[in-house]
Design a protein around this ligand. Structure first.
Ligand code: RTP
Ligand code: MG
Length: 140
């Protein structure tokens, strides 16, 4: 398995509860390394652009409002098969379905306020990383 990159967001429900460190610890314990990180307040335009694939979904407007309701921490993670390693430790989208030991089981408040985002493919990881980071901000 090759070392690859994925993109993560610690969402506003988690930053609000001061869980940035606790979430990051879970990521690190899963074998992922934070190679870039910044805390930002997303604009509405950024959130709409980032989630453009979901624009026809009924939850789109609520999701955009939630993602701009407070600061987020955007991160680039590196590790063996990083996309899968990250999604495994995140757990299911709905915390009610998330496995024991996952971030969403432990921390998520609801299907929307579910503490983390993680890319779902290597291709989308690259697009999402490029959306928030310049290459010189990433130090492997
Ligand atoms: P993510 O993209 O954030 O890593 O999460 P995911 O793949 O597990 O979920 P996805 O289907 O891509 O949905 C993106 C985010 O939209 C919110 N959501 N709300 N109210 C709802 O039914 C609903 N469904 C999804 C969640 O914040 C989800 O992470
Ligand atoms: Mg997704």
């Amino acid at each position: 398995m090759a070392v690859t990159r994925t993109f993560s967001i610690i969402k506003p429900d988690a930053t609000r509860r001061n869980l940035t460190g606790a979430v990051t610890k879970k990521l690190e314990d899963a074998g992922l390394r934070v190679v870039a990180s910044k805390r930002i307040q997303m604009t509405k335009e950024q959130a709409e652009g980032f989630y453009a694939v979901h624009k026809e979904r009924p939850f789109f407007n609520d999701l955009v409002s939630f993602m701009i309701s407070g600061p987020v921490v955007v991160q680039v993670l590196e590790g063996e098969d990083a996309v899968k390693a990250n999604r495994d430790v995140m757990g299911a989208t709905n915390p009610a379905d998330a496995a024991e030991g996952t971030i969403r089981k432990e921390f998520a408040e609801s299907i929307e306020a579910n503490s983390v985002h993680g890319s779902d493919s290597d291709e989308n990881a690259k697009i999402e990383i490029d959306f928030f980071f310049n290459e010189d901000e990433i130090v492997g």
